[in-house]
Design a binder for this molecule. Structure first.
Ligand code: TRP
Length: 458
């Protein structure tokens, strides 16, 4: 067996910082922006139940698999997969899985950064008191105005990416670790404040009923695909973000223990985001099914009406920005780590090149919301660039990446390697359960959902 490797990028100071970083990666726009509107659009409780099942049966085991591969390889996903495949006598083509991840990361970050830019811009507006007394029409016009303005979209997308660049260029300890140590406590505080406020607001009972009383009549194959895609997205799985963070995890740290923390905190945050957002929506007499505009249109109106609304608006959009930043850095890191490993570029040089490429792709995503609204890349899919990037990366590349990660970790590598990394006794129930789920349940779920989405079940 090969001697344990060291990461050339450095390691987290302890498990705690890994948990902060990975939770920072997981908790993001997916929790605060996407999850609430998906719940709203997909009928509430039934979606929540299916989503939780996907988290438990697919997300959790695959996260363990990703961290395990990362820590074993101690490199960027591409090189970790290449090195492990070599150690274990497997097909070198497995490194292609790392490339799939890098491609997915480029695509996700390009549109993620556009939305992250809106969060920054709205935070800025809130500080200026821009939501005071705003009504639904004005809020709608404000958001549409942002979308329709190529200048604004590109400006704030650029600022967002520049922040990520600064953090990632500074390295694992001085950049990533320092950023999450500062930002994550802030995030938890802001979230706590919001949910306390929500609990004291009129709409709380209605929210509980909406989120937890399942009505399965609205569920179809598409709902399940959406829930599965969201499970991958919210846990940052399927593209190597968690894998590369795992590469910096100290050898003595427990992978299963850390995973439970990360998954638990991410799930809790999504639920809390719903509990914080829907009460203000309901108490203002608004509709939950607002689509992507939910937090950008509905919430400003609510903030404009209620007491302490300006303060609350600032809190919310700062929270959204912080969460987006700590997620964005994890989308950038796998590619930057890879380019740094290749040499001769420094980390900062590598980060600059990758950021630049994503910036360009993000501009295309941003412009597709206004001046390029009619541009279609794929003749058979009626999706603009933004929606196409989101659909292909979220709904196809992440589940596919996750499927291959599960197969690699649970079928291909030696059982000894798995046991060493997971630190579980071979005949323990926990290990058997993980193996069973990662071998069969998780891959099968992905395949079935794919087949369903392709209409193979009629
Ligand atoms: N999980 C983040 C969110 O919920 C987004 C994210 C960060 C991500 N890194 C990722 C999604 C890697 C997929 C893959 O907002």
């Amino acid at each position: 067996m090969a001697a344990p490797r060291a990461s050339v990028h450095g390691e987290w100071s302890s498990s705690l910082f890994f948990i902060l970083a990975a939770t920072g990666s997981a908790v993001g726009l997916g929790n605060l922006w996407r999850f609430p509107y998906l719940v709203g659009d997909n009928g509430g409780g039934a979606f929540v139940v299916i989503y939780l099942l996907c988290i438990l049966l697919v997300g959790l085991p695959i996260m363990m698999a990703e961290i395990m591969i990362g820590r074993r390889g101690r490199h960027s996903p591409i090189n970790s997969l290449r090195l492990i495949a070599r150690d274990e006598g497997l097909n070198p083509a497995w490194q292609g899985l790392g490339w799939l991840g890098v491609a997915a990361g480029f695509m996700i970050l390009s549109f993620y950064s556009v939305v992250g830019g809106w969060a920054l811009y709205y935070g800025f507006e809130a500080f200026q008191g821009g939501f005071r007394g705003i009504d639904t029409d004005t809020a709608g016009t404000l958001f549409e105005g942002v979308l329709a303005s190529p200048g604004l979209v590109v400006l704030w997308h650029s600022i967002f990416l520049l922040l990520l660049f600064g953090i990632v260029a500074a390295g694992v300890r001085r950049g990533l670790q320092r950023a999450v140590t500062l930002l994550m406590p802030l995030l938890f505080l802001l979230l706590l404040f919001l949910v306390l406020y929500g609990a004291l607001t009129g709409g709380f009972a209605e929210t509980l009923a909406f989120m937890f009383r399942p009505d399965f009549s609205a569920v179809d194959g598409g709902t399940i695909l959406t829930a599965l895609g969201q499970a991958f997205f919210t846990l940052s799985l399927g593209m190597g973000a968690i894998m590369v963070y795992g590469a910096y995890l100290p050898s003595r740290a427990s992978i299963p223990g850390n995973t439970v923390w990360i998954v638990g905190m991410d799930t809790l945050t999504a639920i809390i985001a719903g509990l914080a957002i829907f009460p203000v929506v309901f108490s203002a007499g608004m509709e939950p099914a607002q689509g992507p505009g939910l937090v950008f249109v509905t919430l400003p109106v609510v903030f404009g009406e209620i007491t302490l609304g300006t303060l609350l608006g600032m809190v919310f959009f700062v929270l959204l920005s912080v969460a987006a930043i700590t997620s964005g850095i994890s989308l950038l890191e796998p590619a930057v780590a890879y380019l740094t490993e290749r040499g001769p570029l420094s980390r900062a040089g590598a980060a600059a090149i990758i950021t630049l490429a994503i910036w360009l792709l993000g501009i295309a995503a941003g412009l597709s919301l206004n001046v390029w609204a009619d541009v279609r890349i794929l003749p058979f899919a009626d999706l603009g660039i933004f929606d196409l990037l989101e659909f292909v990366s979220n709904d196809i590349m992440l589940p596919l990446g996750g499927l291959l990660i599960a197969v690699f970790a649970a079928w291909r590598i030696r059982s000894k390697t798995r046991l060493v990394e997971l630190g579980m006794p071979p005949d323990s129930l926990r290990f058997r359960l993980w193996l069973l789920v990662t071998r069969f349940v998780a891959p099968l779920a992905v395949v079935l959902v794919f087949m369903n989405a392709l209409g193979l079940f009629g």
